[in-house]
Design a protein around this ligand. Structure first.
Ligand SMILES: [Zn+2]
Length: 268
């Protein structure tokens, strides 16, 4: 039996204002932050947790987030760095369907897509203030079609007909792979914990906590469906980290990201 391995794949960076990153606290000013994907080589298959943003989408819809992403930071380029092709991924897990977490789904044409049932529902029927978050619907051609969204012909999107498997509650989806409900940022947000043989478990907060500074200040981001639930989810992550002696890996923290092992350097 092969041991589980975890790879972190660098998907480039974006910019938001400090008052968005630290809601009602700031300070104002540009905060540049990383977006990354997690690949888990597990005996039951290859899983990918979140797929980053699509550069063309951000340039078209949110150019003020100033994306920096080179060719090697797109999903096919990222996977090539660890010797894989997009078709090698068996399962995609999306923490939630904001554009910076699902932009690469369309490349993963062989994968079954796993998400929280409430998230799939909300992404198709979001609140007006969630519109930009849920602006990249290419993860579900079906929702795109239902909403009448038309895009220029795209050879990648043309072959993409994902199969969804929706979950609710906390779930151990494969041995040592845990999804924990952490709602608030969005309706059906999941964080992921991976248990490994040779080190402490890795707990990927996703957007339930952007950074160490958010955690230290107990300060949520300004992007949320329910701020109180969002804060409770941050508290939950802290409690989970203590309970499992897990290390927290934040979703959008440039300082922390510099200390993470990326590319071909895996955790096991
Ligand atoms: Zn995000």
């Amino acid at each position: 039996m092969t041991d589980t391995k975890v790879y972190l794949l660098d998907g480039g960076t974006l910019v938001i204002d400090g008052f968005h990153a630290f809601w009602n606290r700031g300070p104002a000013g540009e905060v540049r932050f990383p977006c990354y994907s997690v690949v888990i080589e597990h005996k039951d298959g290859r899983y990918m947790f979140d797929t980053g943003y699509d550069f063309d989408h951000v340039m078209r819809v949110l150019p003020f987030e100033k994306p920096i992403q080179d060719e090697s930071q797109k999903i096919p380029g990222q996977l090539a760095k660890i010797g894989l092709k997009p078709g090698d991924i068996n399962y995609v897990i999306n923490s939630h369907y904001h554009f910076d977490h699902c932009g690469g789904n369309k490349h993963l044409h062989n994968a079954c897509t796993i998400c929280h049932a409430k998230e799939l529902e909300q992404s198709a029927n979001c609140q007006p203030f969630e519109h930009l978050g849920y602006s990249d619907l290419t993860f579900s051609p079906e929702i795109m079609k239902a909403k009448g969204v038309e895009l220029p012909p795209d050879p990648v999107l043309d072959v993409y007909t994902p199969k969804f498997e929706t979950l609710s509650g906390d779930q151990e989806i494969a041995k040592g792979l845990w999804l924990f409900e952490t709602p608030g940022h969005t309706a059906g947000h999941y964080s992921l914990m991976v248990e490994l043989k040779n080190r402490r478990p890795m707990l990927f907060t996703a957007d339930a906590c952007y950074s160490q500074k958010n955690m230290d200040m107990m300060c949520i981001s300004s992007f949320h469906l329910d701020p109180t639930a969002s804060l409770n989810s941050m508290k939950r992550l802290k409690a989970l980290a203590e309970k499992y002696d897990a290390e927290l890996f934040y979703s959008h923290d440039l300082e922390s990201f510099k200390t993470y092992q990326t590319g071909a350097n895996y955790y096991s």
